[in-house]
Design a protein around this ligand. Structure first.
Ligand SMILES: [Cu+2]
Ligand SMILES: [Zn+2]
Length: 243
């Protein structure tokens, strides 16, 4: 249903209640209109907030995005695979994101930009994902999915980011949109051309994926593996210091 269809029905419903205001008790007509209004509202809410009716207040909701190299990737470019995972408490929690990607060149020292793009459409390599997801019509890098730059280490990007501004819930949900990793670094709006304020001049699209709701398994498994490799690194660091 379009917004105008909704407005029309709502106007009808409100008009119905106004007409009968002069009467003392609600008429059956008034009740019917109220009923319609509440049904239309429920319907509209369920269209706007697809997650609202499966999540309880405070419940953790998870989403995942299975990264695949662009089908238009040129030879010799890194074949990036892995996942981008999301966790957020319904409905107002801060979003956390795990980025767990591999396939980068071991020798390259190239930082890569990662963004949420507007469409969950992978039909034309990663090009059908459109531009940056930009629900508030602002300039780059203030889009909710402007995650910034990531420098691969040992051919991987493994990072957990907290307090991300994007949300899975409500009309500006990023669910069913896409994550794109680019060939180049994001200039974060500081480039000297108009594209800088649209996309950060991050270059070609190496790999992309569609974001969908998931269960907690992958998040828990990945965050545990991150924690244990951090412990190992710390232990190694300590051993090196003591040596
Ligand atoms: Cu992008
Ligand atoms: Zn952006």
């Amino acid at each position: 249903m379009t917004m105008s269809a909704f407005s029309f029905l709502l106007a009808l419903a409100i008009a119905g209640t106004h007409v009968s205001h002069s009467e003392e008790s609600p008429t059956s007509e008034e009740n019917t209109m109220k009923n319609i209004e509440s049904k239309v509202n429920d319907l509209w809410q369920s269209l706007l907030y697809p997650v609202a009716f499966v999540a309880k207040d405070g419940e953790l909701v998870y989403a995942s995005c299975e990264m695949k190299p662009s089908t238009k990737l040129e030879q010799g470019k890194p074949q990036v695979t892995g996942q981008v995972l999301f966790m957020q408490a319904y409905p107002q929690g801060r979003l956390e994101t795990i980025i767990n990607l591999e396939g980068f060149s071991k020798t390259s020292n190239q930082s890569r930009a990662i963004h949420i793009h507007e469409f969950g459409d992978l039909s034309d390599g990663c090009d059908a994902t459109g531009g940056h997801f930009n629900p508030f019509k602002v300039n780059h890098p203030r889009h909710p999915g402007d995650f910034g730059n990531f420098l691969p280490k040992d051919s991987q990007i493994k990072t957990l980011k907290k307090n991300i501004r994007a949300t899975m819930f409500g009309p500006n949900s990023f669910l069913s949109r896409s994550v794109v990793i680019h060939e180049l670094k994001d200039d974060l709006g500081k480039g000297d051309n108009p594209a800088s304020l649209l996309n950060g001049n991050a270059g070609k699209r190496l790999a992309c994926c569609v974001i969908g709701i998931s269960n907690k398994n992958l998040w828990e498994k990945t965050s545990k593996s991150f924690a244990s490799s951090k412990k190992k690194r710390n232990a190694r660091g300590l051993a090196n210091k003591q040596a």
